[in-house]
Design a protein around this ligand. Structure first.
Ligand SMILES: C[S@@+](CC[C@H](N)C(=O)[O-])C[C@H]1O[C@@H](n2cnc3c(N)ncnc32)[C@H](O)[C@@H]1O
Length: 205
């Protein structure tokens, strides 16, 4: 008996969709890939980094800033932030394609467009200054995959901070319309340029 909500295919599809797997996702993606990060996700990271004695550089570039949800948190915490985006979501300097840019900073921090997550990390590592940091909010599935396996061999993150509670990213920045996205687990991946050791995994309470 086939029922689109309950049969094997339907269930698999909804699981894949919840996890954001690109071949099976059912809901329509936002065309510019704009999903704003709940500022709480960065607040708890900054708090945890502080407790762990990890200090990010004072000047930070948010290269895909959307409506500035992450930039504003950084500024509230005293960082100097330059914000850019390819598209105009009403914040930062727009029309800047990070993947083709020559932006040089001591630190890049963003939640990148999902379909370009790996190119964004690669580009940030290429452009970041020596010993600088690249901090990316990524789905935990970023850890897996054959292409990323090869990438991680040469570019291990220094830290992976796994969120113990689910964080929300709202389509178009509309947290009222899209209040939860609880099927997706995000982690903060932190690279330091030049690091070649074994990554440390930690959990954000
Ligand atoms: C997942 S959203 C995150 C927005 C913001 N970083 C946040 O956390 O709230 C990804 C953002 O990447 C932007 N974007 C997509 N492609 C880009 C590119 N090639 N260069 C710069 N920004 C890009 C989108 O416009 C969107 O604002």
């Amino acid at each position: 008996m086939t029922n689109k909500n309950q049969d094997w295919t339907g269930n698999r599809k909804s699981v894949f969709s919840s996890l954001g797997a690109k071949t099976c996702a059912l809901s329509k993606r936002e065309p510019t890939d704009f999903y704003a990060t709940d500022p709480h996700a960065l607040e708890v990271l900054l708090e945890t980094l502080k407790q762990d004695g990890i200090v990010l550089p004072h000047k930070i570039c948010e290269p895909a800033c959307g409506m500035g949800h992450l930039s504003k948190v950084l500024e509230r915490h005293g960082y100097e932030v330059d914000s850019y985006d390819l598209y105009d979501h009403g914040y930062g300097k727009t029309g800047v394609n990070f993947l083709e840019s020559n932006l040089k900073y001591e630190c890049f921090l963003t939640n990148p467009p999902y379909k370009y997550a790996l190119p964004f990390v690669r580009k940030a590592l290429e452009n970041v200054l020596p010993s600088g940091y690249v901090v990316m909010l990524l789905k935990i599935q970023f850890l897996e995959g054959k292409e990323r396996y090869k990438f991680f061999q040469k570019n291990p993150p220094k830290y992976v901070y796994v969120n113990s509670s689910r964080q929300n990213c709202a389509k178009n920045g509309d947290f009222e319309k899209y209040p939860t996205n609880s099927a997706v687990c995000y982690a903060w991946f932190i690279w330091q340029k030049g690091f070649s050791g074994v990554p440390i995994i930690r959990w954000i309470p």
